[in-house]
Ligand binder design. Structure first.
Ligand SMILES: Cc1cc2nc3c(=O)[nH]c(=O)nc-3n(C[C@H](O)[C@H](O)[C@H](O)COP(=O)(O)OP(=O)(O)OC[C@H]3O[C@@H](n4cnc5c(N)ncnc54)[C@H](O)[C@@H]3O)c2cc1C
Ligand code: FES
Length: 301
């Protein structure tokens, strides 16, 4: 086995892939809530990814990846057995695991990766875990099996009502908070817009929250300022001060605006990559995947 070799790669929901990578140095050191920065080709950009699970003995990292632009599409189109040129980590501060009785996790999309490891760490010390897991539709609930495993209680919400409660995560969260059962902390991870509305609820009811933020990152060392966020009126760099911050104090509108900084360039880069054939279009990739998924399904057992 080679360092940074992709051991497994399969499509688990529309545009979402899970990947297991052999990366023993990182797997030995990483703590819940930390992330890695990877480069998929030598001359390519570096992108941050949460580590959704890890096995220090086997030296593996599990990733949950949403293919959104050039780099994530390049990554998910890499074959099992190929080697990722660069993986740097662990980066960021680990999530602080507090001695509390009841943790409420609220997750959506690939945010369920940090939820998984953080919930696992809390569960190991006996904290009761309730997870609210939301998606637009039931087929987008990637890693539902892991969420069910790691949580004492799971509340699923879907916008279209295809599974669980019909509606968004904030509806379920508000119900839980107003039920009167004490919640010591809410851990939030998912799309920035979801985190913004969840934090509005925790703030309204004065419940403590921690949000795992996902701003644009470049170097991951606190030097470039790309990941600047404002928390309680103070500038922080998510790569070195985070990615976890007090959710009730984050300026989510600024985070949302900064995430869109390069949107035109990113769209053009993707069109160029499709046109050159460097990245397969979703239709062509789907054919290749059908075979890959069959092989992957066995290996993940
Ligand atoms: C700490 C952290 C953990 C993350 N964990 C995961 C994860 O587990 N799984 C996952 O799928 N995604 C994760 N992301 C987001 C992921 O890094 C971006 O989706 C990825 O960089 C997009 O790159 P791209 O070239 O595919 O898309 P692009 O076309 O470059 O960008 C698409 C959108 O992704 C965002 N983005 C672009 N570049 C970056 C960057 N360097 N850093 C952060 N966001 C960027 C922007 O909002 C942009 O509009 C995480 C981000 C952070 C900061
Ligand atoms: S990514 Fe450059 S300062 Fe954080």
């Amino acid at each position: 086995m080679q360092v940074n070799e992709i051991l497994l790669n399969r499509n688990v929901a529309p545009e979402v892939f899970e990947m297991r990578v052999y990366c023993p140095d990182v797997a030995k050191k990483i703590k819940p809530g930390q992330f890695i920065i990877i480069r998929v080709i030598e001359e390519g950009e570096r992108i941050p990814l949460s580590v959704g699970d890890y096995d220090p003995e086997k030296g593996t990292l599990d990733l949950l990846i949403r293919e959104i632009g050039v780099t994530t599409k390049r990554l998910v189109q890499m074959d099992v057995g190929s080697v990722i040129p660069d993986i740097v980590g662990p980066l960021g501060r680990p999530t602080e695991i507090l001695e509390i009785k009841h943790l409420m996790c609220v997750g959506g999309g690939v945010g369920i990766a940090p939820v998984n490891v953080v919930a696992k760490a809390y569960r190991a010390q006996g904290t009761h875990i309730t997870t609210i897991f939301g998606a637009r539709s039931s087929n987008l609930l990637a890693w539902k099996d892991r969420v069910l495993d790691v949580s004492d209680e799971t509340i699923i919400t879907t916008d279209d009502g295809s599974e669980g409660i019909k509606g968004v995560v904030t509806v379920a969260l508000e119900e839980e908070i107003t039920s009167g059962r004490p919640i010591d902390l809410v851990f939030i991870a998912g799309p920035a817009i979801m985190m913004k509305f969840v934090a509005e609820v925790t703030k309204k009811y004065n419940v403590s929250s921690i949000a795992s933020l996902n701003p644009i990152m470049v170097d991951g060392t606190g030097m470039c300022g790309g990941c600047r966020v404002t928390v309680g009126g103070v500038t922080k760099f998510a790569c070195v001060d985070g990615p976890d911050f007090d959710g009730n104090a984050v300026d989510f509108d600024e985070l949302l605006a900064r995430q869109r900084t390069y949107i035109v360039d990113e769209k053009e880069a993707l069109e160029r990559a499709y046109a050159s054939g460097e990245i397969l279009t979703p239709e062509k990739h789907k054919c290749k995947l059908e075979e890959q998924c069959r092989e992957g399904a066995e290996a993940w057992k």
